[in-house]
Write a protein that binds this ligand. Structure first.
Ligand SMILES: Cc1cc2nc3c(=O)[nH]c(=O)nc-3n(C[C@H](O)[C@H](O)[C@H](O)COP(=O)(O)O)c2cc1C
Length: 221
């Protein structure tokens, strides 16, 4: 079982959010998963240019570090997303990765994967930022198991508690993957999304042949 953790703070090894991610990955490793960390802030990731190549051909037209990253994510069983709160959002580095993933969303390529999210903030809006990352996971067809965040204003004891909780979430992610845990509400949301998005795929079948072929293969249209 492979679990990938995404780090996205530009502060590198000084990142507080990275402490949560390291704890989560240690928890997952202790529970038996093979783990790998990817720091998107250190990668050459360009902005999506909305060229539609991924929908037409299945391949992104931009030649940078995106392809190896997405291949790793698609091969993983579990994905842990992490970002500090930047203006009540994720960092631009993580958003840039999200924006490069329209095909992952259109083709629901995280179907069968599980993940969760981690954040730290100077003051708050923890749940808002966790929701942004978990919503991305859900939009890509995956299920999320929860999230952990910490306001740095709450001091070292809050951070210690968040580190411990992150470790537990890493272990729990391994269990969710092993038992193929069911999340009926999330499954219903995936089904509802496919129910309405099929009309978008059909309306664009001449522009998005790769998406359309994929949906046909899956029996979704
Ligand atoms: C550009 C920038 C924007 C930020 N915006 C917010 C914010 O909107 N709300 C907040 O509570 N903290 C905000 N912070 C504080 C960080 O979220 C906080 O310091 C976080 O713990 C940094 O995590 P890191 O050490 O992993 O980079 C911001 C920090 C920076 C540099």
């Amino acid at each position: 079982m492979k679990i990938i953790g995404i780090s996205s703070s530009p502060r590198g090894k000084n990142s507080s959010t990275l402490k949560l991610l390291d704890a989560a990955l240690a928890g997952a490793a202790r529970a038996g998963a093979e783990v790998e960390k990817i720091d998107v802030a250190k990668l050459n990731l360009k902005y999506c240019t909305a060229c539609n190549s991924c929908h037409e051909t299945g391949v992104c037209s931009i030649k940078d570090d995106y392809q190896p990253v997405i291949e790793k994510l698609l091969a993983a069983d579990g994905i842990i997303l992490s970002s500090p709160n930047y203006i009540t959002n994720v960092t631009a580095q993580l958003k840039t990765l999200f924006d490069r993933c329209p095909r992952v969303i259109h083709e629901q390529l995280f179907d069968g994967k599980y993940g969760f999210s981690l954040t730290t903030a100077g003051s708050g809006e923890i749940d808002f930022v966790l929701d942004i990352m978990n919503n991305f996971m859900a939009h890509c067809g995956g299920n999320f198991t929860g999230g952990v965040g910490c306001s740095m204003a709450e001091g070292p004891s809050a951070m210690a508690a968040a580190i411990e909780k992150s470790q537990g979430m890493g272990k729990d992610l391994v269990e969710a993957i092993k038992e193929k845990r069911q999340y009926p509400e999330q499954e219903a949301a995936h089904e509802a999304w496919r129910g309405q998005f099929k009309y978008v795929i059909l309306a664009n079948k001449e522009h998005w042949p790769h998406n359309c072929d994929y949906w046909t293969e899956k029996g979704w249209i």
